[in-house]
Write a new protein. Structure first.
Length: 233
């Protein structure tokens, strides 16, 4: 460990994000805030109202906007203008949402339906939903969704069924590769070359290693108890 950032009086940070300039963001669900943090000085530079209990966040790579997923107390995605330091819009999600991610080019944000096995595609230029995609074999909306760094693939994980789905982003309605991973998968991380995805299995304390081009699980190893999220660095 190299340091600790004190975010008090705000509590319950969840969706940690970093933009292309290295600025850190945290959605504090119980505080209903999106924090903007300077990691060099370890200080909060802004605390922006989100209205809802934001569990996850997606920040566009250029740091211009953020999208905060409100699980079930406010049935919308909060749209945040980071430069203006305020919430500027809402994208309706009638069943709520938890998993959320931005495409590497910043043109799309995907928000997972909290109840049904599907996600919506939001055009970040218009803040409109432009597509809805079904997720095969899932029992409910996926817990997490994440783009590969090169933008060519998308992985979701279903915490109830123990599945990971791989999508080709060139055709989100095309064939999906559905893989069995560990029990209660919660987090997804991609290697920099986009060829390997790791899935953290909260329920059995394992990491599933996925060969993305081959579309198969190639390894699984023990990694501790209650793993919720993970990342390459």
């Amino acid at each position: 460990m190299t340091g600790t950032i004190d975010i008090s009086p705000y509590v319950a940070p969840h969706g940690l994000q970093v933009d292309s300039k290295g600025t850190l963001y945290a959605s504090c669900d119980l505080s209903r805030k999106l924090l903007v943090i300077d990691p060099k000085t370890k200080t909060i530079t802004a605390a922006i109202d989100t209205e809802g209990i934001g569990h996850g966040a997606a920040v566009l790579p250029d740091g211009s906007k953020a999208y905060v997923a409100n699980k079930n107390d406010r049935l919308f995605v909060s749209v945040i203008d980071i430069k203006a330091r305020k919430m500027t819009g809402k994208v309706d999600m009638p069943n709520g949402t938890q998993g959320i991610t931005a495409s590497p080019d910043g043109k799309r944000v995907l928000a997972v339906d909290y109840r049904e096995s599907k996600f919506v595609v939001i055009d970040t230029a218009t803040e409109k939903i432009v597509d809805t995609v079904a997720v095969e074999q899932n029992r409910t909306g996926p817990f997490r969704v994440k783009y590969s760094p090169d933008g060519s693939r998308l992985v979701t994980c279903d915490s109830q069924a123990g599945l990971a789905n791989i999508f080709n982003t060139a055709d989100l309605h095309g064939k999906q590769t559905v893989l069995t991973v560990g029990r209660t998968p919660f987090g997804i991380a991609f290697s920099a070359d986009s060829k390997t995805a790791l899935v953290s299995n909260h329920g059995d304390g394992t990491i599933s290693v996925i060969d993305v081009p081959a579309g198969k699980v190639v390894n699984s190893f023990k990694a501790g108890t209650g793993i919720e999220t993970l990342s390459y660095f």
